[in-house]
Structure formats: structure tokens, C-alpha cells
Design a protein around this ligand. Structure first.
Ligand SMILES: C[S@@+](CC[C@H](N)C(=O)[O-])C[C@H]1O[C@@H](n2cnc3c(N)ncnc32)[C@H](O)[C@@H]1O
Length: 193
């Protein structure tokens, strides 16, 4: 009998750009001019590009993803569009990243938490996000609604807002609100205590 490890949940290279209105998501989670914003598991970075317009020249956006092709494509877009305030980094968010401690006002994890749950990586991700967020900062989780026959991961992998809160709150986050952000998505916002 072979003792193979459990297969990993593959979420690299997937994008929700066709399903979500970036401006709507970023408004709901409270992103504003001058903020330092982290897009954790950015994929193609369409949310980061929209965020760079909101935070403006006094703000900063970091798009981080472990998938090099996604970050390389985003770097090309940054160059082509001359975006000055967006930095794209290939890094594993489940371990220590190059980001400075207590430097981030607002972190968005969009359509990534379910994958971290499946791969037993929640503790590593939350530890690193907690290190880089300022005290009192916002952590926002966007996930597919837990419904059958809609886009997204298989039904058993989809998370309800209650499951998201049960996963995040023990890492010393207080839930603020749950808001619908699209036909297939909701956002849960938390404050770092
Ligand atoms: C389903 S995609 C979502 C991408 C984007 N946030 C969106 O909503 O379109 C999940 C992303 O998380 C990234 N990811 C998975 N594990 C990661 C890790 N350990 N560190 C950084 N990014 C990771 C994947 O490469 C993928 O781009």
C-alpha cells in the first residue's frame, strides 16, 4: 500500500475578474485614499489595479501571489500602464514575506481562503497577515456564496460567512459585517484587535 499525501487544492491562475465588480468590492471593504493595501493571493491582480486608483499617490498597494506567471503578467500591466503605487511580489503568504511588520491598513483575501482551508494552511496565512497588519486594521475575506450550481469551487469546499468567521475570529479578529458583493459573492470584514 502506498502512503501518498492528500492531493493539494489547486487555485493558482484562477481569476474572478468576470464575476466581481472590483470597485464595488473595494468600496464595501472600506478602502480609501492614502491607505496601504495588501491583496493576499492576488492572482491576475485586477483588484490591486483598481485599488491603486483608489489609494492614489499617497497610498500603496502590494499584490502578492505564489504563482509566478500571474505576478509576471501583473508586472507587465504595471509597466505598460505606468502604475507608480503598485508592487507585485511572488511570495508565499503562508510563510514570512518581504512585507514590513504593522505596515498594512487593509488586507483583502479574495477567493483564496477556501483553498488555504483545503490545504491546511490557515494558521500560516493568518500568522503572516497578523504580522503585517497595523493594530486596528481591516481584514476582508471575499468568498463564493455556499450555493450549489454556481461558479466557484465544489460545493463542499465553498465556505459560508459563519464558517469564515469561525476560521478567522480565533486569530484575534472581531467581525464587523457581512455584505453581498455580487451575484455569487459576499464579503466579511474584520478588525484586528
Ligand atoms: C482562486 S485564486 C483568486 C485570485 C484573485 N484573488 C481573484 O479573486 O481573482 C487564489 C489565488 O491564491 C493564490 N495562492 C495560493 N496559495 C498561495 C500562497 N501560499 N501564497 C500566496 N498566494 C497563494 C493562488 O496562486 C491564486 O492566484
Amino acid at each position: 500500500m502506498t502512503n501518498n499525501p492528500a492531493p493539494r487544492f489547486h487555485h493558482a491562475g484562477k481569476s474572478t475578474q468576470d464575476l466581481l465588480d472590483a470597485q464595488r468590492v473595494l468600496k464595501v471593504i472600506g478602502l480609501k485614499k492614502g491607505d496601504t493595501f495588501l491583496d493576499a493571493g492576488s492572482g491576475s491582480g485586477y483588484l490591486s489595479v483598481a485599488a491603486s486608483e483608489i489609494v492614489g499617490s499617497e497610498g500603496r498597494v502590494y499584490a502578492v501571489d505564489v504563482d509566478k506567471p500571474s505576478i509576471d503578467a501583473l508586472k507587465r500591466e504595471i509597466d505598460e500602464r505606468g502604475i507608480q503605487n503598485l508592487t507585485a511580489i511572488v511570495t508565499d503568504i503562508t510563510a514570512k514575506t518581504p512585507l514590513a511588520s504593522e505596515s498594512i491598513d487593509i488586507c483583502l483575501m479574495a477567493n483564496a481562503l477556501h483553498g488555504f482551508v483545503e490545504n491546511n494552511e490557515v494558521e500560516g496565512v493568518l500568522k503572516e497577515i497578523s504580522r503585517v497588519l497595523k493594530p486596528g486594521a481591516t481584514l476582508a475575506v471575499v468568498e463564493f456564496k455556499k450555493l450549489e450550481n454556481i461558479p466557484g469551487p465544489p460545493f463542499p469546499v465553498k465556505l459560508s460567512p459563519e464558517q469564515v468567521t469561525a476560521i478567522i475570529a480565533p486569530y484575534r479578529y472581531r467581525q464587523k459585517e457581512v455584505t453581498e458583493v455580487g451575484a455569487y459573492h459576499y464579503a466579511v470584514t474584520f478588525v484586528k484587535e
